[in-house]
Ligand binder design. Structure first.
Ligand SMILES: [Zn+2]
Length: 237
């Protein structure tokens, strides 16, 4: 199905012909530009804060999913959607500053990378990924949160969403488990392919403390590619 998504991406988003390389520019893939402002919409206050932006196609799929969840007594609430390189940079720099007195640079970068992206490596840059309900794993372990997680695991795939950062027990590398982070496969998979084959991305990961670890830690392979694909590829055909 990968070719189909690439072509869709090409025609719908970037309007280029099949013969051209239809990937978006590297600047888009690292969150330094929005593909086209009309592609992004604000979230209705029913589903999250108005200031949150998502790709319109992703948002449409999310609304269908959230409305279906609601019928089963499950409330889905968006905590975070699109994030630019620059907003990720301020998150990174705040954490970097906080740790820099107690850790050397390499340790600091590793520590932040457990749960937070370096600017330029976040799937949130694409407007295809969202964080739901709580940024705390414990919330999803019992009570209401466990019901939410169970519902998502049983149903999110039907709406195109999957959890990229699952348990690392089976050898997945990169970020720790994030039960709250869900991605819209029909768009994000095309962007991921484009990201992985774009050699100029590395040149754009610059301008903040610790940027050199992008190369040193092989971030592209270990983090950007460090996602769970099995379940979604089986269920979305
Ligand atoms: Zn996230």
């Amino acid at each position: 199905m990968k070719w189909l998504y690439s072509i869709l991406l090409c025609l719908v988003i970037f309007g280029c012909s099949q013969e051209e390389n239809c990937c978006p520019p590297a600047e888009f893939l690292v969150g330094q530009m929005v593909s086209n402002e009309k592609d992004f919409v604000s979230v209705d206050s029913l589903y999250g804060r108005n200031s949150i932006l998502l790709d319109s196609q992703v948002y449409k799929a999310f609304v269908l999913m959230a409305d279906s969840a609601k019928k089963s007594g499950i409330d889905l609430y968006i905590l975070s959607g699109y994030r630019s390189f620059y907003s990720q940079k301020s998150i990174w720099e705040r954490k970097w500053e906080k740790n820099s007195g107690t850790m050397d640079d390499s340790k600091n970068a590793n520590h932040i990378l457990r749960y937070s992206s370096m600017p330029g490596i976040s799937r949130h840059h694409w407007g295809t990924d969202l964080d739901l309900n709580s940024l705390n794993s414990e919330y999803f372990q019992s009570g209401e949160g466990a019901k939410v997680y169970q519902w998502l695991n049983a149903n999110a795939n039907h709406f195109g969403f999957f959890q990229p950062y699952t348990t690392k027990d089976k050898g997945r590398t990169g970020f720790e488990t994030e039960e709250w982070h869900w991605s819209y496969y029909p768009l994000s998979q095309g962007y991921l392919d484009c990201y992985l084959q774009n050699d100029s991305i590395e040149d754009l990961i610059t301008g903040f403390n610790g940027a050199q670890f992008y190369r040193i830690f092989d971030i592209k392979k270990r983090y950007v590619q460090g996602i769970e694909m099995d379940t979604i590829e089986e269920s979305i055909q």
